[in-house]
Design a binder for this molecule. Structure first.
Ligand code: SAM
Length: 328
C-alpha cells in the first residue's frame, strides 16, 4: 500500500460515498485515478461485500473514477458535492455499465438527492413564481445583510403559501417575523378576511416588514405583536382563541420551540398544521460537538414529535429541515 496519506484518502473516500455492502455478491474492481501532484492510481476491489485496496493492477478494472487532485481534496473536505462533481463532469466514472451504475448510485445516494447550487437553480428556474413584492423584499434584506440565513428562501415561501391554500387557511400564526418574508408570503395566499398574527421582538426588523406588507396591500391582514412570542401566544389562549387558527409557522429562537409547540397545538384547530423551520439546522443536530441551547432545543423537539400521538408527522430535508405537524 502507499503511504499513510493515501490510505487516509481512501478511507475518507469511502465515507463520502461508496458503500461496499451495496456491492455484496458482486466482484468489482475499480481503478481510482487522481491527477495532480499528490495524485496517483489505486485499485479498489470489492468481493462479497468486503473491500480491499490494491496498489498493483491485478486484472482489468470494471470501472474507473477520474478526478483532479484539487477536486479530490475539495470532495474530501466537503467543499465539492459528489453529485455536483459527477453532474458537472469533474469526476468521471467510466467502464462497465453495472459497475458504473453501482458507483454512480453509491456516490449520488439511492433514496435522495444531495441538492447542489446547479440543481437548486434548476429547481427554481422550473418552479419558482415569486411575486414582485416578495422579490424586492428578499433583495432589500440580502443587500442589508449579505450571507443572511434568517430569511426563508423563496421556494419555502411559495411552499407555505401553497399549503395555506391547500388547507384553505384563514387565520395563521407567524412566530419569528424578521423582515417579514414568511408572513407576507402567507398573507398573500389568504382570503380577503384572512389574518396573520405575526410575533417578533425586534422593532428594527419588523419596521421593514411593515413597509412591505403595506406595499403588497396586506397591512390590514397582518397583526404585529411586538413581544416575546410565548407571551403573545399565552394572551391569545387567555382571550379564548384556542382552536381558531389553521396554520402556525414557527421560526423564532430554537430553544423555545417546545414552548411554542405546546401553545400552538392548543391554538390550531383539529386538522390544522404547525410547521417548524430549521429542524436540521445546518446539520448541526447530528454534530456531537455542537450542544448549545438552540441545538439542544431542536434535538429535544425532534425526538418529542416522533412519539407524540396527538399529531401526524412528516419531515422534509429542504432547505434546512422543515417539520410538518398535523393536529389530530
Ligand atoms: C429566523 S428569523 C425569522 C425569519 C422569518 N420567518 C422570514 O421568513 O424571514 C427569527 C426571528 O425571530 C425573532 N425572535 C427571536 N426570539 C424571539 C422571541 N422570544 N419571541 C419572538 N420573536 C423572537 C428574531 O427577532 C428574528 O426576527
Amino acid at each position: 500500500m502507499g503511504n499513510d496519506n493515501s490510505l487516509n484518502i481512501f478511507f475518507e473516500v469511502m465515507e463520502i460515498g461508496f458503500n461496499p455492502k451495496e456491492a455484496k455478491g458482486l466482484d468489482l474492481l475499480f481503478k481510482y485515478n487522481i491527477s495532480g501532484p499528490r495524485g496517483g492510481q489505486w485499485y479498489l476491489k470489492v468481493k462479497d461485500g468486503k473491500l480491499s485496496i490494491e496498489q498493483e493492477r491485478l486484472e482489468s478494472p470494471t470501472a474507473t473514477l477520474t478526478i483532479s487532485d484539487e477536486d479530490f481534496i475539495a470532495l474530501q473536505s466537503g467543499r465539492l458535492d459528489p453529485a455536483d462533481a459527477i453532474s458537472s463532469g469533474r469526476m468521471k466514472i467510466e467502464g462497465d455499465a453495472d459497475a458504473n451504475r453501482l458507483l454512480q448510485s453509491a456516490f449520488l445516494g439511492k433514496q435522495y438527492l444531495s441538492l447542489n447550487d446547479r440543481l437548486y437553480d434548476y429547481m427554481l428556474d422550473v418552479s419558482l413564481r415569486e411575486p414582485a413584492v416578495l422579490k424586492s423584499l428578499r433583495q432589500e434584506t440580502e443587500d442589508m445583510m449579505p450571507n443572511n440565513t434568517l430569511m426563508i428562501p423563496p421556494d419555502q415561501g411559495q411552499f407555505l403559501a401553497w399549503l395555506a391554500k391547500v388547507i384553505q387557511a384563514r387565520r395563521t400564526l407567524d412566530i419569528g417575523v424578521f423582515t417579514g418574508y414568511s408572513s407576507l408570503a402567507v398573507a398573500l395566499a389568504l382570503p380577503d378576511d384572512g389574518e396573520v398574527i405575526a410575533c417578533d421582538v425586534s422593532e428594527k426588523w419588523t419596521n421593514i416588514a411593515r413597509q412591505y406588507w403595506e406595499k403588497a396591500g396586506v397591512l390590514d391582514k397582518i397583526s404585529l405583536r411586538l413581544a416575546p412570542a410565548v407571551q403573545t401566544l399565552d394572551s391569545l389562549l387567555e382571550e379564548g382563541q384556542a382552536g381558531s387558527f389553521d396554520l402556525a409557522f414557527i421560526d423564532a429562537d430554537k430553544q423555545s420551540y417546545d414552548a411554542y409547540y405546546e401553545r400552538c397545538l392548543r391554538l390550531v384547530r383539529t386538522g390544522g398544521i404547525i410547521i417548524f423551520d430549521n429542524t436540521l439546522f445546518h446539520a448541526w443536530v447530528i454534530n456531537p460537538y455542537m450542544d448549545d441551547a438552540e441545538i439542544t432545543g431542536l434535538r429535544a423537539i425532534n425526538e418529542k414529535l416522533l412519539t407524540d400521538d396527538r399529531i401526524e408527522l412528516s419531515m422534509l430535508p429542504h432547505p434546512d429541515g422543515i417539520t410538518l405537524v398535523l393536529k389530530k
